[in-house]
Design a protein around this ligand. Structure first.
Ligand code: DGT
Ligand code: CA
Ligand code: CA
Ligand code: ZN
Length: 578
């Protein structure tokens, strides 16, 4: 894979040389070398060790030396020097779609623009239009391009990346010559944020796939394109890496590019101990080239004496040892879920009516759904007075008479107040089927007091679940500090569940915290916190967290039947009665 990294460096060197007005032949040599490296399919390091790099077309003595240098040190000094010889913002400027080295040079010479910020400023003040050949349209496009580069630098959360990935996969599956297509990388592992999106295609005719991909409507800019690999930026600023492989390598490539890198290191160590070699082309005997597996991913693991390991577990967190000991968990699946808790309606800040939420839950095949609108303190969310809550409860009861398969549970998302008391009195809570207790204020109290608040809430016999236990909102608000160990133990001891809030900006508890809480004996509940019918689908993200937390159905409250759920709630009320 080193060839792609080196190709990217050569291509950036060509850009920088062009920016500086260097010799056109030298520039062309770097570009050609980059292209040839992109499409080179052998093992660069083996070739380098044998002193045969010059067999690659376009690679002369000078470039061969640079490749050797990169393989040995992970850097190319000439590139570092070149970067140091231009203003520091230039490389970033060149990432802007539609902005090549020639334009960058003009911008720098005529307007002294060498950074993204300066470019934005100049475009907004229409100074670009003073340059020859610059039209208003081009100025607008550059502004859009700046936004794409900015967005691309942040990791994208799964809520945006997953639907996008599905859209791109659907496109690829329709493209000519595509036999199979799959997501790989962190997205397939359901990590909460995605650096770039990795897609894999099996095809015997890669050229057509490449063409379709790099000319597709979603493609805002082609970063690199070879015969079997391309990187693009989408309109949303997400980088997408596509690789096309032969069908007989598809499983091995899927295993390799799904990662994580750390998981793959452990897999290769295990293979080496068994006298085998694993790479993106297959499993081979260490001596000899006979392929033992490669077409199917499960066969790759099987050739190593392992059961298939679900992608969500591939983080080098004990899964390889567990697989060897035949003790992998039977991870929770969508079909295990019997219902959703923590749904909002127009009674507080939701956008769909009670009945619409009920029907949507029923359409998903759920047996129950807990309506949990906000309590009075949360005024911004139109929290309900106790009187309005009672009115809502009567409507739920009436609705339940008409619903066949689904049981609507009378619930509330009740604020845990600053002193740890609940936002409704006990006699109101006692009438509810289900209570989510959440902190929505006083985030700055500090770890000790915030933990005390949660512990006090869990000691309330009517609190079923602690909602979004750490309060984080990715991209907006850090998690507040709580003593997770103490919270998880109290959850176990009081019979309170901890929420895995499936809202993609929350995913709270996160994977590591959920796994720890589960290991300490706490019950978990996957809740969508839906504010509209569409959001019920976000359960997928919560399920991803639960799977990354090694959860089996028994660890999650909403896999229980309605009767078992009601018994669980009643048991806490008896046990913690005051
Ligand atoms: P991301 O993109 O930061 O969210 O995380 P990943 O895991 O998707 O990482 P990425 O896109 O750099 O690479 C995708 C997979 O390809 C990675 O999980 C494992 C494999 N891979 C990439 N580079 C290497 C490498 O240098 N060595 C090994 N063993 N595997 C690699
Ligand atoms: Ca990736
Ligand atoms: Ca990647
Ligand atoms: Zn809520």
């Amino acid at each position: 894979m080193k060839q792609h990294e080196i190709a990217a460096i050569f291509s950036r060197m060509a850009d920088l040389l062009e920016f500086k007005g260097d010799n056109p032949f030298r520039i062309r040599a770097y570009r050609r070398a980059a292209q040839n490296l992109e499409s080179f399919s052998g093992d660069l390091e083996t070739l380098g060790a044998a002193g045969r790099l010059r067999e690659i077309s376009g690679i002369g003595a000078d470039l061969a030396e640079k490749i050797q240098e990169y393989c040995a040190t992970g850097a190319i000094q000439a590139f570092e020097r070149l970067q140091a010889s231009v203003p520091p913002g230039v490389l970033q400027l060149l990432e802007v779609p539609g902005l090549g080295p020639k334009t960058a040079k003009v911008l720098s010479q005529q307007l002294k623009v060498t950074t993204l910020g300066q470019l934005e400023d100049a475009a907004k003040r229409h100074r670009l239009q003073t340059l020859p050949g610059f039209k208003a349209r081009k100025e607008e496009n550059l502004l859009k391009g700046i936004a794409i580069v900015r967005r691309g630098r942040e990791r994208m959360h799964l809520g945006i990346a997953l639907p996008l990935a599905n859209e791109l996969l659907a496109f690829l599956r329709r493209a000519p010559g595509v036999a199979r297509a799959s997501a790989a990388g962190s997205l397939r592992r359901m990590k909460e944020t995605i650096g770039d999106l990795d897609l894999l295609v099996a095809s015997a005719k890669p050229a057509g796939v490449m063409r379709a991909f790099t000319t597709a409507p979603f493609c805002a800019r082609v970063l690199a394109a070879g015969t079997t690999k391309a990187s693009i930026l989408t309109q949303d600023g997400l980088q997408v890496d596509l690789r096309v492989v032969e069908p007989e390598c598809f499983g091995a490539a899927l295993q390799y590019f799904t990662g994580s890198k750390e998981h793959n290191v452990q897999i290769r160590e295990l293979a080496a101990r068994r006298g085998l070699k694993v790479n993106e082309y297959g499993v081979f005997r260490a001596a000899g080239n006979r392929r033992l597996a490669g077409r199917e991913e499960a066969d790759v693991y099987k050739a190593l004496g392992l059961p298939w390991i679900p992608p969500e577990l591939r983080e080098a967190q004990g899964e390889v040892a567990a697989a060897q000991a035949k003790r992998l968990p039977s991870l929770i699946e969508t079909g295990d879920l019997q219902g959703d808790f923590h749904l909002h309606t127009t009674w507080s800040d939701g956008s769909n009516r009670l009945e619409e939420m009920a029907q949507a839950a029923q359409r998903r095949g759920y047996r129950y759904a807990a309506i949990c609108d906000h309590s009075p303190s949360l005024k911004v969310a139109h929290g309900m007075s106790a009187a309005r809550l009672r009115q809502q409860m009567r409507e739920i009861q009436a609705l339940n008479k008409r619903l066949k398969r689904l049981r609507l549970l009378m619930g509330a998302e009740v604020d845990i107040l600053g002193d740890g008391s609940m936002d409704y009195p006990d006699e109101v809570l006692a009438q509810l089927d289900f209570v989510v207790g959440s902190i929505h204020s006083g985030f700055g109290q500090g770890k000790t007091r915030l933990t005390q608040r949660l512990l006090a809430a869990m000691r309330n016999p009517h609190v079923t679940v602690i909602g979004h236990p750490t309060g984080r909102l990715m991209g907006q608000r850090e998690a507040y500090e709580v003593d997770l160990e103490a919270v998880a133990r109290a959850a176990r001891d009081t019979g309170t569940a901890l929420e895995i809030n499936a809202y993609p900006r929350r995913l709270d508890l996160c994977d590591a915290a959920a796994r720890r809480a589960k290991d300490l004996g706490a019950m978990l509940a996957i809740c969508t916190d839906s504010h509209s019918v569409e959001q019920l689908e976000q359960i997928t993200f919560g399920l991803g967290v639960a799977r990354r937390a090694w959860c089996e159905p028994a660890h999650v409250l909403n896999t229980r039947s309605l009767a078992a759920l009601q018994a669980w709630v009643a048991r806490k009320r008896r046990r913690v009665a005051r």
